[in-house]
Ligand binder design. Structure first.
Ligand code: GLA
Length: 754
């Protein structure tokens, strides 16, 4: 709902209110972002002017912008804080409130930037300046979030140079801590928390893309906020390019938050009569801690960001050949893998890199789309027909934005690649980016990717991008607009094709890509324990339905960690389950275990992918919960176990206090060979630890692990359900948690009578 009264503007839904007003001098004074309030509450929030402000101030007869909590600030009018707009100095850019418009829907942009969609109301605030520049501030209120963006219109009679333009700016009161998510390739989403002080904190990416270095999403919380209590705000940007946010507290205790495109490498000539549209910034507010904030973000992404066709639509369990085969495969190997994937319960077979051109390593072929007939004699359609015969859908990998210098495309069009300005070729993963700001390059990509999708009746595309670049320079934003144009043209006519975006893993995990790709490959770090932490951190801002998380081989190629298969599966459930290793290596018991994992995931797929997500108290390790109505699933994940562990509990939330629930552990098996010489404590017979019997037993036989069933009220369970004891060398009991390092369990909690 949007209300307007006496130049006071209120955006309100059942969870949040956002209020500001136009002052008599035409400034926009920020009043409130928080719990729902009424428009007549304005008096409680409006700033009272004080004598303590001294004689420094704004233009005559106006308030002192320097001390006002603002919604937008104009340069050269006495506000020395971060400015959201920088243009040529000679153009006066002092904006004053002019008029507003209200829409009972979202308002579409004219450029190719993606936007949030769905039921919403929009408020457009028009601010004008004597130089005939005008600013249009768009505020859209959805069920769970508010978005903001800005459009700058140039009617000055000349071109102007825009050096910086933010999507949103606001000054809020209070003490906050900020959490940003930083990292690198195979080390995504490392949280950094710091108090917001008078030295500003900048969260910015300048790699040309949103990047794993600094995810565009960040969080502000009141000190002391927990998962369930306290004020927590989530912010993000619907954009995949260079981004910038700065958060800084003023002497008066006003926290200025700006969000938008990074001004680094941004330089936009705006002709007379033209307008510039910024990406949408997203904000959610929660009075119920980090958990409430995440729930709001998850709902917003699932409802208002993900493409409509995939809203609430279950994602397939897939097999991807990359980690099993890399570039080394042929059709018969793929079919052998596909048969096993099908037996296990997979629904989709994804052929990753290496199917086209001279692509036998990452040194050649990128940019070409001719199928490698040595590997695939029947082409894409031949492979697809065979997969379809097995009952599997076909998915295909592309990296359309890049080119290897050793490719037919580069030899034909070397000028299509973006090079450093000094002409020195700098390769990243042996590749260069194509210049997506050029229409002929975009046409080439759209035509070739579309043709391959049609030829192979492809139902899933993995859209990779492994080259970041600062050589994009001032054209970085044009590149991103070009990328969105390409994605719109390829996938707009094919909404049912499931797009998974990827950028050397989670190097472009952002809301811009999610507007096209319902899911994103979380990380090339497929070590389950490492990726569990990445998934856990992603969960603050992104729902599980967006997080590609596959089971990979153990020992793992990047860590040599030998994580139990049960844990590898349990972790992938809290994301989008897939398998990515050579299935020809599986032992019979591993096959059974995987079949059970897939059956379990399918049974609860809706809950894992779209249920309410919670991070739980876990004195040791990580614990997460997904819930839908009367069914709640809790995962408990350990890293290193300790001797004399004491008693351990799980702490589910969101249960009905009076209702009686049944708790049942997911059936998982334990490799007997793990026990080595300890087997003599576990089995009645004496066996040699490295003898053939133990090794054979490891392949053919597994022991029941950590079985648990219990009936109790929601009230009792939420107080903490005591788990079975851990193995301490004192004999085998199927109820005991015989687990060791990197162990985990899943508990399904179902209301009785469900
Ligand atoms: C990137 C991706 C991987 C895989 C390879 C293929 O690294 O992140 O998942 O697709 O490219 O070259």
């Amino acid at each position: 709902m949007i209300q307007i009264k006496d130049n006071v503007f209120l955006l309100k839904n059942s969870n949040i209110s956002y209020m500001f007003r136009a002052t008599g001098s035409g400034n926009l004074e920020h009043l409130h972002f928080g719990a729902p309030v009424d428009i007549d509450d304005v008096d409680a929030f409006a700033v009272r002017y004080g004598a303590g402000w001294g004689s420094t101030g704004g233009p005559e007869g106006e308030e002192f912008p320097m001390y006002l909590p603002l919604e937008w600030s104009s340069l050269g009018r006495g506000d020395y804080r971060e400015s959201p707009l920088e243009i040529d100095r000679e153009i006066p850019a002092a904006f004053k409130y002019s008029f507003c418009r209200k829409f009972d829907h979202t308002v579409s942009m004219d450029c190719s930037l993606p936007q949030a969609h769905g039921d919403a109301e929009t408020l457009e605030i028009v601010m004008s300046s004597p130089s005939k520049l005008s600013l249009h501030l768009f505020y859209t209120i959805f069920d769970t979030a508010i978005t903001r963006r800005v459009v700058l219109h140039n009617e000055t009679g000349r071109s102007i140079n825009v050096e910086k333009i933010m999507s949103s700016m606001m000054d809020i009161q209070g003490d906050y801590e900020i959490t940003t998510y930083n990292g690198a390739w195979i080390a995504e989403m490392q949280p950094y928390r710091a108090p917001v002080g008078m030295s500003g904190i900048v969260n910015e990416s300048t790699t040309g893309f949103s990047s794993a270095l600094h995810n565009p999403g960040f969080i502000l919380n009141e000190p002391g906020a927990t998962e369930t209590d306290g004020v927590v705000m989530g912010f993000n940007l619907i954009y995949s390019g260079n981004h910038y946010s700065r958060i800084q507290k003023s002497n008066e205790g006003l926290v200025r938050i700006v969000q938008g495109i990074s001004p680094v490498s941004f330089d936009w000539i705006l002709g007379n009569g033209e307008k510039f549209e910024t990406p949408e910034a997203v904000m959610v507010w929660s009075g119920t801690g980090f958990g409430g904030m995440s729930l709001a973000m998850h709902r917003f992404v699932n409802e208002n960001i993900i493409p409509g066709y995939w809203k609430g639509r279950q994602r397939p369990v897939l097999y991807n050949d990359w980690e099993g085969c890399m570039f080394n495969f042929n059709e018969s190997k793929l079919i052998s893998l596909a048969k096993k994937a099908k037996e296990l319960g997979c629904e989709l077979f994804v052929l990753d890199d290496g199917w086209f051109g001279d692509r036998n390593s990452d040194k050649a072929g990128l940019g070409d789309y001719d199928v490698n007939r040595k590997k695939l004699p029947g082409g894409l359609s031949g492979l697809q027909a065979k997969l379809s015969g097995l009952g599997l859908d076909f998915g295909l990998w592309f990296e359309p934005e890049a080119v290897n210098p050793d490719s037919k495309l580069y030899r034909a069009h070397p000028d299509w690649a973006i090079q450093a300005e000094d002409g020195v070729t700098v390769l990243g993963r042996n590749e260069l980016l194509l210049d997506l700001s050029r229409p002929e390059v975009r046409d080439y990509i759209v035509n070739n990717v579309s043709r391959c999708i049609e030829e192979g009746k492809v139902s899933y595309v993995k859209w990779d991008m492994n080259r970041h670049s600062t050589a994009l320079g001032a054209s970085a934003h044009r590149y991103i607009l070009g990328l969105y144009d390409v994605l719109k043209r390829v996938f707009g006519p094919r909404p049912e094709v499931l797009l998974e975006s990827c950028s050397s893993g989670g190097n472009r995990f952002d809301l811009g890509m999610l507007c096209f790709s319902p899911q994103i490959w979380a990380s090339d770090n497929t070590d389950a324990i490492e990726r569990c932490r990445i998934q856990y951190q992603l969960s603050y801002l992104y729902p599980l339905s967006t997080i590609g998380a596959h089971v990979s081989a153990a020992p793992h190629s990047q860590t040599l960690r030998d994580t139990p298969l049960s844990t590898r599966g349990n972790i992938s459930f809290f994301g989008l389950l897939g398998y990515e290793f050579d299935l020809d290596d599986l032992t019979p018991v591993e096959k059974d275990e995987i079949k059970n994992q897939i059956l379990f995931y399918k049974q609860y797929r809706d809950i894992f992918q779209f249920g309410d997500f919670r991070r739980l108290k876990a004195p040791e390790g990580i614990s997460m919960q997904v819930s839908d109505g009367d069914v709640h699933i809790v995962g408990l994940f350990h890293e290193l176990v300790h001797a004399a562990p004491g008693y351990e509990r799980i702490y589910p939330r969101g249960l009905k206090r009076e209702t009686v629930y049944n708790v049942l552990s997911r059936k998982q098996l334990l490799n007997a060979a793990k026990f080595g010489g300890l087997l003599r404590f576990v089995l009645p017979v004496k066996l040699k630890p490295d003898g053939p019997l133990v090794r054979a037993a490891g392949k053919q036989y597994r022991m029941k692990d950590a079985e648990r069933e219990c009936d109790a009220t929601g009230a009792a369970l939420m107080s903490g359900m005591t788990l079975n004891a851990r193995f301490m060398g004192t004999g085998y009991d199927p109820g005991m948690r015989m687990q060791g390092d990197f162990s985990s369990n899943i508990y399904v909690i179902t209301a009785e009578g469900t």
